[in-house]
Design a protein around this ligand. Structure first.
Ligand code: AMP
Ligand code: ZN
Length: 448
């Protein structure tokens, strides 16, 4: 079975072919740690976790690198407002990020490089771009000259024809309709250096632009050319486009084979974003009594390339589905040989550009099927290697003493057509806290 992934570079679903099988190099753009990560960000991080689990499910060995952006304008401004050093601010939110990561069952990356610890690698790359004539110095800052890189725009489809030579921006994010030379190194001053917000460089004191950190750090940990790079779709331009320009101009080699971008989480039809003030954090969700894994379940119900509109009702439905599932699993016998057909279909859906809505539907078909509980249990645990819903932690529900005998007796009554008798036993079981439901696959019970 082959794994197929949608590649933004070719705008096609392609068979995935790693450079050095079974190894796969995966770089996922990480958080900017000046605030709590919101559930829109978490949608992208969960998509990346599913991707990684799907690769492992297909027997690949993944080296996963996720950067932590611990220096940028937003961080500097917030630290100033709070009158604390930037590393105090970034440590607080990096710790919070890792705690939430665990609550969503996201597997930790192999490396979490922080921008401030990789300044030398960034300086080297910026230096090589100047040497090659693709970058220039202006008032102590260094800019990438997009008109000199012939492939500029190849990922996002941005048209650079007619771009005014020398028009440049110092901010890291800019308008898709207005591509400009972007900053690689921003001039700063000695005050900033004393606050550890700036560093020495051959061009004077300054700090890196946002894009250069991902080029320098991904290359350091995964090589000059690697397999997969991901982020949210808002990073397509300019961030990922600029990463390609910097890296390919510097090394002369193709930077990344497969680019995958996750679609946004919306609220009332608008992107969830800090600047729009329409965000919820994982704590907001927990405070309302939701299990963080209900959010993960909700994300699984939409394809990663489709927008998903967040509503509390949809989270409630996800919570109900997850609770029902865990109740069901808690009644199953010990896992034995699984249901091969369902497992195969599940894998096919996962391997078809991570079609998780289909995979979840197959999962439920399996749960509701007539297979013995021990087989379902086995398959559920196999599928949970990708779903990540913690099904292996579900405790086996214990029936109160005598309940098992009553359930069996009631079944005999039902088979005989003695419904008055079976209803009586149902009430008796209810009094013991056991609810019985009759299904095509036999009686199902739940301990309340
Ligand atoms: P940031 O911390 O803003 O750099 O964002 C971290 C990750 O979250 C990036 O991959 C973004 O593309 C992604 N992201 C930001 N907002 C959303 C959203 N509303 N839905 C999905 N992903 C998002
Ligand atoms: Zn990045």
């Amino acid at each position: 079975m082959s794994l197929k992934l949608y590649n933004y570079l070719t705008r096609k679903v392609e068979e995935f072919k790693p450079i050095n099988p079974p190894n796969v190099g995966l770089y996922t753009c990480g958080p900017t740690v000046y605030n709590f990560v919101h559930i829109g960000n978490w949608r992208t991080f969960v998509f990346e976790d599913i991707l990684r689990r799907a690769l492992v499910f297909n027997d690949y060995k993944v080296k996963h690198v996720m950067n932590i952006t611990d220096i940028d304008d937003k961080i500097i401004n917030k630290a100033k407002e709070e009158k604390i050093p930037i590393n105090e601010l970034t440590k607080e939110y990096t710790d919070a990020f890792f705690a939430d990561l665990g609550r969503l069952n996201i597997l930790p990356a192999d490396v979490y490089p922080q921008a401030t610890e990789h300044i030398d690698q960034m300086l080297k790359m910026v230096g090589s771009l100047i040497d090659k004539g693709l970058a220039y110095v202006k008032d102590g800052s260094v800019y990438f000259s997009i008109s000199k890189f012939k492939d500029y725009g190849k990922l996002s489809g941005t048209n650079v024809k007619g771009v005014k030579a020398g028009a440049r921006v110092d901010v890291d994010e800019y308008d898709k309709d207005n591509p400009q030379d972007f900053v690689l190194w921003k001039a700063s001053d000695s005050d900033a250096k004393s606050r550890h917000e700036a560093f020495d460089s051959p061009w004077g004191i300054g700090r890196p632009g946002w894009h250069i950190e991902c080029s320098a750090m991904s290359t350091q940990y995964l090589g000059e050319t690697f397999d997969i790079h991901t982020g949210g779709v808002d990073l397509l331009f300019p961030h990922h486009e600029n990463e390609i320009a910097q890296s390919e101009a510097s090394t002369g080699k193709k930077f990344v084979n497969v680019w995958m971008e996750g679609e946004h989480l919306l609220v009332n039809g608008e992107k969830m974003a800090k600047r729009l003030g329409n965000i919820y954090t994982l704590s907001d969700i927990s405070k309302k009594g939701f299990d963080p894994l209900a959010l993960r379940y909700l994300f699984l119900t939409a394809h990663y390339r489709s927008k998903l509109n967040f509503t509390w009702e949809s989270l409630e439905a996800a919570q109900r589905a997850l609770s029902n599932l865990k109740n069901e699993v808690s009644t199953w016998e010990e896992p034995k040989v699984g249901c091969a057909e369902f497992e195969d279909n599940f894998k096919k859906a996962v391997s078809d550009d991570l079609n998780m809505p289909k995979a979840v539907a197959i999962f439920w078909e399996m749960v509701k099927s007539d297979y013995p509980a021990s087989a379902k249990h086995k398959s559920a645990l196999v599928m949970d290697e990708v779903l990540g819903l913690d099904l292996s932690d579900v405790k086996k529900a214990q029936l109160p003493e005598g309940a098992r005998e009553l359930i069996d007796k009631r079944e005999e009554f039902r088979k005989r057509g003695d419904f008055a008798g079976s209803d009586k036993i149902r009430d008796q079981l209810k009094g013991m806290g056991v609810e019985v439901e009759d299904t095509a696959a036999g009686p199902k019970w739940k301990v309340k």
